[in-house]
Design a protein around this ligand. Structure first.
Ligand code: ADP
Ligand code: GN1
Ligand code: MG
Length: 353
């Protein structure tokens, strides 16, 4: 680790480092140097991101664009250059490393109060707005078909057929739940193909712990985890936030009694998101925000189930049934959304401009 850190222009000497955060993909470390400055060092997960050079070029360009719109430096991720003046470092084993300045006096949350959640909705809405004039064609698609839900179903079917871990027999209920919604899975991709939903530059991974809040004011400060910024659907950015943040329990809760959709949290997020998006969303996008929520939750459940069946090769896990537990919370939330389908629309529509 010290050899890696010696490649970056720190203010002082590194004196402390430890694993950090609850991300499922990259390996993140908190680093402190002898001047007490803090950093986040990340090893990019190259089995997930197959073209890390293009991914880093995306991030350099996006952060530059966001910086030109920002009021304060803490609002945008800042890459610390290497001693050679590069924005990332590739080690002898071809691992990719990047170092960010730790956003000062910030905290990260896995569960939100209504106020926090409204704030995060506003910040993700502003994020999309600030990128509305970013040249989308210059962005490389870092994971092809990332939110192509029908494609995620294809992967699930393959995993069921292969059954490499002989786990299919353990998850009959979950498989049945997923397959019963197979037809629904193409709702948003079809609307996009028909030109009804526009492609925009979106974040694509808008969960609550991908946003930093000011420790004292609790204002949303900075959007992080820019690996999946690419052309996508605004309704999916709205939806992924609801999937994670409007749940009454954490994503890997094992007691499903605790997992339900909080309608007040949905309402407060819609308020923040729609006030930041202003008039930029089309009628069709606003009408399908609730589908974004259901689709992202269903898709994520399908992805967790696929990974469980495939031997947990994609998402980091801490226990044997971790991906299955995560799948179950997602499917419980989908069922809750279906029960509250009309009410979800009513609450979202309150904030239509
Ligand atoms: P992953 O792709 O694994 O989710 P993230 O980029 O989201 O990786 O980083 C993991 C966690 O590290 C975030 O949820 C956040 O808590 C923290 N983090 C990332 N970048 C910064 C930063 N610049 N300042 C402070 N915390 C950060
Ligand atoms: C991953 O990287 P992280 O932990 O913020 C995943 C998202 C999932 C999420 C589920 C690149 O997000 O797509 O929705 O886990 N990111 C990638 O919590 O696959
Ligand atoms: Mg993350």
């Amino acid at each position: 680790m010290l050899t890696i850190l010696s490649q970056f222009k720190l203010d002082g000497k590194p004196i402390f480092h430890q694993r950090y955060g609850n991300g499922h993909i990259n390996s993140s470390y908190l680093v402190v140097d002898s001047t007490a400055r803090e950093y986040i060092l990340q090893k990019i997960n190259c089995s997930v991101f197959r073209d890390p050079d293009s991914l880093m070029n995306n991030i350099v360009a996006v952060t530059k664009h966001l910086r030109s719109r920002a009021a304060h430096e803490r609002e945008v991720l800042q890459l610390i250059p290497t001693v050679d003046g590069k924005d990332w470092f590739v080690d002898e084993e071809n691992e990719y490393w990047r170092l960010y300045a730790f956003v000062a006096d910030s905290i990260c949350l896995d569960m939100a109060t209504p106020n926090d959640f409204r704030e995060s909705g506003f910040a993700f809405g502003m994020f999309q707005r600030h990128l509305s004039d970013f040249p989308a064609h210059t962005l490389v698609e870092t994971i092809a078909g990332f939110h192509d839900t029908p494609k995620r179903y294809d992967a699930l079917k393959k995993a069921i057929e292969a059954d490499v871990c002989e786990r299919v027999q353990l998850v009959q209920k979950e498989i049945e739940f997923a397959l019963a919604r197979h037809e629904y899975a193409s709702t948003l991709t079809d609307l996009q193909k028909q030109g009804e939903l526009p492609l925009r530059v979106t974040h694509n991974d808008t969960k609550l712990n991908n946003i930093l809040f000011d420790r004292s004011t609790r204002k949303a400060l900075c959007v992080v985890d820019l690996d999946t910024v690419m052309p996508g659907l605004s309704v999916n950015d709205f939806g992924d936030s609801i999937r994670f943040g409007a749940s009454t329990a954490v994503e890997d809760e094992q007691d499903l009694e605790k997992v339900t959709l909080s309608l007040p949290l949905l309402e407060t997020y819609a308020e923040g998101f729609l006030s930041a998006c202003g008039n930029s969303l089309t009628e069709c996008e606003i009408l399908h925000l609730r589908d974004g929520a259901k689709m992202m939750t269903l898709e994520c459940g399908v992805r967790f189930l696929t990974d469980y069946l495939s031997g947990d090769t994609y998402f980091h896990i801490k226990r044997e049934t971790h991906n299955l537990d995560r799948c179950r919370t997602q499917f419980k939330l989908v069922a809750e959304m279906e029960k509250n389908w009309e009410e979800m629309q009513r609450l979202i529509m309150k904030f239509k401009n």
